[in-house]
Design a protein around this ligand. Structure first.
Ligand SMILES: Nc1nc2c(ncn2[C@@H]2O[C@H](COP(=O)(O)OP(=O)(O)OP(=O)(O)O)[C@@H](O)[C@H]2O)c(=O)[nH]1
Ligand SMILES: [Mg+2]
Length: 323
């Protein structure tokens, strides 16, 4: 199961109450006020863990509460503050306020305090004044922040593979990287995104994202829909995988159309076209003047199965992305 959007509840700890107490000493039955402050409630922190790739953990647990601060004590002892509650998330987690829908933070690394613990209440010792030297009251702790949030995963990759089902996207990913996506000769084999790392001989790297196939009408919910396009929403280069044997010109047009429906900006992003399956193409198709079919586009005839044309393709990707 691949989970890429969840709603969870977070609650920071309440501050501990301030204490009302008085010093009791020999010969001084009623000494000065000595109630300590309450401790701070624990924050709730979201922290990126680069090893995580999905939000699956949140499917099973949706409530997260940090501990409360301890109340203050007599003899001016402050209550203990609570430790923060750390929630680990995968890199590329975008956090929204569930009520307003507003984006709170986009977590690619590091951490973020999503709910602040309440301040501890002040003890009565703090309220002594010249006119009231023995205050009988202390402050209650402040409540910790609580909120419902939405976590949404947007995988972080350099290159996004887009294409019709069966074009060979997963085959290419498995050929170029160590990823082992499922490959089969039926559409919609890929049900969720896969990442793979392409490493060049000089050890420079690019992260590739393989996503489910897109079909005409995907924006109306056909096939797998377009939701998973968010996983290529921040790639810097789109690689259109077209089956050279299956009307690539039409496929390309439909793909652009669907992308435009999802996000106009995707259509303006740098892109290259791979015409796949040349190993199975008869000479008249192989040798067709494809450049005139795709004016203004960069095209690379390849075979994801035999590896033909892949050096030129990967060198170009590197050129565009790594300079
Ligand atoms: N002859 C030939 N077949 C290929 C090539 N690349 C992929 N295929 C075949 O095409 C079929 C689909 O390949 P996949 O890699 O699963 O295609 P996909 O684009 O990931 O498909 P979806 O996940 O359904 O979107 C499989 O039977 C592959 O073996 C190629 O270069 N040449
Ligand atoms: Mg696939």
């Amino acid at each position: 199961m691949f989970i890429d959007r969840v709603k969870i509840y977070v609650k920071a700890g309440d501050g501990g109450d301030g204490c009302v107490a008085f010093l009791r000493e020999k010969y001084r039955p009623r000494g000065g006020p000595a109630g300590g402050d309450g401790g701070r409630g624990g924050d709730v922190i979201l922290r990126v863990n680069p090893k995580m790739q999905t939000l699956i953990d949140f499917y099973y647990r949706r409530h997260y509460k940090a501990k409360n601060g301890r109340p203050g004590e007599g003899k001016n002892r402050a209550g203990k503050s609570a430790e923060p509650l750390v929630i680990e998330v995968p890199p590329g987690t975008v956090v929204y306020d569930a009520e307003t829908g507003e984006q709170i933070v986009d977590l690619t690394e590091g951490e973020f305090v999503i709910a602040r613990g309440g301040r501890g209440g002040r003890g009565n010792a703090r309220f002594a004044t010249p006119t009231n030297q023995a205050p009988e009251y202390a402050e209650p702790g402040k409540p910790g922040e609580e909120r419902w949030i939405i976590l949404e995963l947007r995988l972080i990759a350099d290159v996004g593979l887009v294409g019709f089902p069966n074009a060979g996207k997963s085959t290419l990913l498995s050929r170029l990287t160590r990823a082992h996506p499922k490959i089969a000769d039926y559409p919609f084999t890929t049900k969720f995104p896969n990442l793979g790392i392409l490493e060049y001989p000089d050890r420079q790297r690019l992260v590739l994202a393989d996503i489910p196939g897109i079909i005409e009408g995907a924006h109306q919910g056909r096939g797998m829909g377009l939701e998973f396009l968010r996983h290529i929403s921040r790639t810097r280069l789109l690689l259109f995988m077209l089956d050279i044997l299956d009307d690539p010109e039409d496929a390309f047009r439909y793909l652009l159309e669907e992308l435009r429906h999802y996000d106009e900006e995707l259509v303006k992003r740098p892109r290259i076209i791979a015409l796949n399956k040349i190993d199975a193409a008869p000479p008249e198709i192989r040798e067709k003047d494809w450049q005139s079919v795709f004016p203004g586009e960069e095209i690379f005839p390849i075979s994801a199965v035999t590896g033909e044309g892949l050096v030129a393709l990967t060198n170009r990707m590197r050129n565009i992305l790594l300079g």
